[in-house]
Write a protein that binds this ligand. Structure first.
Ligand SMILES: [Zn+2]
Length: 212
């Protein structure tokens, strides 16, 4: 290869790289670059150079729940049992994005159900929580969707879900009530109709730890 050819092939390589780069930058990243400009920032300054890519990656991860479904998560982990005591999974940490401001809200979710003849692998419950939390959400809907999905999958005597959350959109702007938390609940079946069942669940939620 002559020196001229070599130079040419290097140039070609560079040309290809330049063509590929904008394609590889995600659609979200290029919009974040515009957004930074709109906010009065310079997206070319060192600290912000990789920010659009990072934001895209973060947003895709934080909304990865759209790509999951219940069937894939449960993956056959349903077991027939003769067990009619309450199953409760407490203090499931979650992080979500509020659909009104795309700001985080986060907290703890407590899930309980009364089996009829089926139970689900316990590790599946936090994964169901993650699937719904990693979408743009309202706390009320998040709570409801978790309860309804367990109802659909297990056909239990009842399901109870309590969600305690703090919202950045309330903490950082507007009312700026930093210590106010929001509690939502969804009660289905026996948890709705039987006060005793509901009270038992709520009492277990309030306890700091479950004695085993
Ligand atoms: Zn909000």
């Amino acid at each position: 290869m002559s020196a001229a050819d070599q130079k040419n092939s290097i140039l070609k390589t560079e040309t290809i790289v330049k063509v590929i780069t904008p394609k590889e930058e995600g659609l979200i990243a290029s919009r974040v670059r515009d957004l930074l400009r709109e906010l009065g920032e310079n997206p070319e300054r060192e600290g912000l150079l990789k920010t659009p890519d990072r934001v895209e990656k973060a947003l895709r991860y934080l909304t990865s729940g759209y790509k999951k479904d219940l069937k894939q998560i449960i993956n056959g982990a349903l077991f027939s049992v003769k067990y009619d005591e309450m199953v409760i999974v407490k203090d499931i940490e979650f992080f979500s994005l509020c659909e009104h401001h795309l700001l985080p809200f986060f907290g703890k979710i407590h899930v309980a159900y009364l089996p009829k003849d089926k139970v689900v692998g316990l590790s599946k419950i936090p994964r169901i929580v993650d699937m719904f939390a990693r979408r743009l959400q309202l706390q009320e809907r998040l709570t409801q969707e978790i309860a309804q999905s367990l109802q659909d999958v297990l056909d239990p005597l009842g399901v109870g879900v309590v969600c305690e959350a703090r919202h950045f959109c309330m903490m950082m702007r507007g009312v700026e009530k930093q210590h106010s938390g929001t509690v939502t609940s969804a009660m289905l079946g026996a948890f709705r109709t039987r006060k005793k069942t509901r009270d038992e669940f709520l009492a277990l939620v309030k306890q700091n730890s479950i004695s085993v």
